[in-house]
Design a protein. Structure first.
Length: 577
C-alpha cells in the first residue's frame, strides 16, 4: 500500500505540473495541452511590413463590423490615403513630434495626431538593467500605433488627416503637466482639435477631442479610437515558453477577455460589442496599452484585421448632433506603460486585470498584496520572495505537519511492510490483506500525506503566477550575480541548487519496493528540474526556498517521532556486490 500511496502522490504531482503548464499556455494565449487553449500568435509573415503606409485599402468584411450607424469597417485602414486627405484645402507639412515627461517619451505623427512611439524612461530593455523600453513603435520591423479620428455620413478628419501642432515638447521644471495640440483643417465642414495632456509621474495621458462644425448644416460624426499592432512574435521571446500577446477588452458585462489573433483572422473573435463602460487594450508580457472612455458614454467595441499581419482593437462613440458653429468634446484616456497593479487600479476600474493571473486570481491578488508589503519593509524583491514563502510555510505548518507525520509513520513501519511483501510475494491477495491489517494495528492512514499536499498546491501555483506576471521583477537584483529576477540565472547556479534540494527531498523518503516506481521517483523530479534552467531566477528562488523549508520541517518531524532521518537511494543507483 505504501508504493500505491507514493504512486498516487507522484500522479498528483505530475498531473499538477501538466495542469500548470496547460494553464500557463492557455493564460498566455498558447495552445493548451488538452486543446482547450488557442495559439497566441499567427505565423510571422515572410517579410515584416514596412509600416502603416504599406497597408492596402481593401475593405474589411462586414462580419467584422458592429451594430450601429457606422461599422468599424468604415474606419479608414491604417495606411490608406483617404478622400479626407485630398479634401484638406491647405498643405500642412508632416512632422514627427516628440514630447517628454519624467516617465514617458511619446512620439506623435502630425498626420492625424497619431501616437507612433512610446518610450518608458524608467524601464530598461529586456535583458538589460539600464536604458529605456519601447512599447509602441513604427518601423520596418514593428507596427504598433494608437489612432483616433472621425467617421460617419460624409467626409471627416481621420488619423490620416494632416494637422498643425502647438504646445510644449517637454515637461518643464515646476510644472505638473505638458500639453500638446493637433488641429486639422476644415474637412467636410468639420474641424477636430486633439489635446494631449501628459502628467508628471503618470503613464496615462488625457486626450480631449473637440469637434467643431464649421459648416452650415448639423453633423453627427462618430469618434473612433483604436490600437493597431502587427501579429509578429516579440523580439527575444523565449522559445521555451510563450506569453500572451494581442488584443484584450474589458466591460462590466463580460469582464476581462483576451482575443486571439487567429480568431480575428477567422472572424470568430468574441467581444462585447455594445457597452457604456470599459476599455480596449493591447497586452504583452509585463506591458500594456489601452484606450479608455468615460463610464456612461455609449460605445461600440470592435476587433478587425486591417492589413497584412496587422490587427486593430478599438471603440466607436457617437456624438450628439452638432449644430453649425457649435463644438462638442469627448474626453478619453490613453494608457501605455508597465503592468504595475496599484497604478493600473487608479487609472481605470478593471485596468489592473491586464496583469492576468488567470483562474487563480482570487488567491494570487492577496499573495501579490503581501509580497508588495514585504518589499516595502525589506526593499529587495529576492529576499521578499523568500520571506513570503516562509510566511506561507508557517501558515500551513500544522497542515503540512500532519502530512509529514503520516509519512514518518509510514517510514517507521516500512521495514515490517517490506518483510511482509518479501514473505508473501507470491500471494498478492494475502499480501494485500496483511498490509491492511498492519495499517489498522499501527493506526496509519496510507493516504494521510496526500490531502495536506493537495490543499497547498493551488496556493503555490498562484504564487508562481504572481512571480511570473509581476513587472517589478524586471531588472530587480537579488545578491551577487543575480541582477535580474525576471531573467534566467546566467550561471545556472540557482537551477543546480534547486535540483539538488529536490533530490535531497526525494532521498529523505523511503524508496518504493517496486523498481519501476523507484526509478520514477528520481526521474520525475530530475525532468521537472530541467525546466527550471530556463525559468526566471525569481521563480527558481521561490522553489528553492520552499524545498529547503520543506526538508527542514520533514527532518524535524521525523526526529520528533523517533524516526531517524536517512537518505534512501533506489536499488538502481546503489552498486550491488
Amino acid at each position: 500500500m505504501n508504493d500505491i500511496r507514493r504512486t498516487i502522490l507522484w500522479v498528483i504531482f505530475g498531473f499538477s505540473m501538466v495542469l500548470l503548464w496547460d494553464k500557463w499556455q492557455i493564460h498566455n494565449g498558447g495552445k493548451g495541452t488538452f486543446l482547450l487553449g488557442l495559439s497566441s500568435k499567427p505565423a510571422a509573415t515572410a517579410s515584416a511590413p514596412a509600416g502603416p503606409a504599406s497597408v492596402p485599402t481593401a475593405s474589411v468584411p462586414a462580419a467584422s463590423g458592429v451594430p450601429g450607424t457606422t461599422s468599424p469597417s468604415a474606419v479608414p485602414p491604417t495606411g490608406a490615403g483617404t478622400a479626407a486627405v485630398a479634401a484638406a484645402p491647405v498643405a500642412i507639412p508632416r512632422q514627427k513630434v516628440v514630447v517628454t515627461t519624467d516617465l514617458l517619451r511619446l512620439t506623435f505623427d502630425s498626420e492625424g495626431g497619431t501616437i507612433i512611439g512610446t518610450e518608458f524612461l524608467k524601464q530598461a530593455s529586456d535583458g538589460k538593467t539600464t536604458g529605456t523600453f519601447t512599447l509602441l513603435e513604427e518601423s520596418a520591423g514593428r507596427v504598433y500605433v494608437a489612432q483616433t479620428g472621425l467617421i460617419g455620413p460624409g467626409t471627416f478628419p481621420t488619423h490620416k488627416t494632416p494637422m498643425t501642432v502647438s504646445g510644449d515638447r517637454e515637461l518643464k521644471e515646476g510644472r505638473d503637466d505638458v500639453i500638446v495640440k493637433f488641429e486639422s483643417a476644415d474637412v467636410g465642414g468639420v474641424k477636430v482639435v486633439k489635446t494631449y495632456t501628459l502628467k508628471r509621474g503618470a503613464y496615462d495621458v488625457a486626450v480631449k477631442h473637440e469637434v467643431v462644425n464649421t459648416g452650415t448644416v448639423p453633423v453627427s460624426p462618430q469618434l473612433y479610437l483604436q490600437l493597431v499592432r502587427d501579429g509578429n512574435a516579440l523580439p527575444g521571446e523565449s522559445s521555451f515558453y510563450s506569453t500572451f500577446t494581442g488584443p484584450a477588452a474589458y466591460t462590466e458585462a463580460k469582464k476581462f477577455h483576451k482575443i486571439d489573433f487567429k480568431d480575428i483572422e477567422k472572424g470568430k473573435a468574441e467581444i462585447d460589442k455594445e457597452s457604456t463602460n470599459g476599455y480596449v487594450a493591447m497586452v504583452q508580457h509585463y506591458f500594456a496599452s489601452a484606450w479608455i472612455l468615460p463610464d456612461g458614454l455609449k460605445r461600440e467595441l470592435f476587433v478587425r484585421k486591417v492589413g497584412d499581419n496587422l490587427y486593430a482593437v478599438g471603440m466607436i462613440a457617437s456624438l450628439d448632433a452638432i449644430a453649425p458653429g457649435a463644438t462638442k468634446a469627448i474626453d478619453a484616456k490613453f494608457f501605455a506603460g508597465p503592468q504595475l497593479e496599484k497604478m493600473l487600479e487608479q487609472v481605470s476600474p478593471g485596468l489592473e486585470l491586464v496583469k492576468d493571473y488567470g483562474w487563480l486570481t482570487i488567491l494570487a491578488k492577496p499573495l501579490y498584496w503581501l509580497l508588495d508589503h514585504l518589499h516595502n519593509l525589506i526593499h529587495n524583491w529576492g529576499w521578499s520572495i523568500m520571506a513570503l514563502v516562509l510566511l506561507i510555510k508557517i501558515a500551513f505548518y500544522w497542515l503540512q505537519a500532519k502530512g509529514y507525520e503520516s509519512m514518518a509513520k509510514m517510514k517507521a513501519i516500512n521495514p515490517k511492510i517490506m518483510a511482509m511483501r518479501e514473505r508473501l510475494k507470491d500471494k498478492p491477495q494475502e499480501m494485500q490483506q496483511e498490509m491492511m491489517k498492519i495499517y489498522r494495528e499501527e493506526k496509519v492512514n496510507p493516504m494521510g500525506g496526500c490531502f495536506p499536499i493537495m490543499i497547498q498546491i493551488p496556493v503555490f501555483i498562484a504564487l508562481y503566477w504572481v512571480l511570473l506576471s509581476s513587472v517589478e521583477m524586471r531588472g530587480a537584483p537579488w545578491v551577487l550575480w543575480i541582477h535580474d529576477l525576471s531573467a534566467p540565472d546566467p550561471w545556472f547556479i540557482l537551477p543546480v541548487v534547486m535540483t539538488a534540494t529536490t533530490m535531497l527531498q526525494t532521498a529523505l523518503n523511503p524508496a518504493p519496493p517496486d523498481p519501476m516506481q523507484a526509478k520514477m521517483m528520481w526521474i520525475m523530479p530530475l525532468a521537472f528540474s530541467v525546466m527550471f534552467f530556463f525559468f526566471p531566477s525569481g521563480l527558481v528562488l521561490y522553489w528553492i526556498t520552499n524545498n529547503v523549508l520543506s526538508i527542514a520541517q520533514q527532518w524535524l518531524i521525523n526526529k520528533r517521532m523517533g524516526v531517524p532521518p536517512q537518505f534512501n537511494l533506489p536499488d538502481f543507483l546503489v552498486k550491488k556486490g
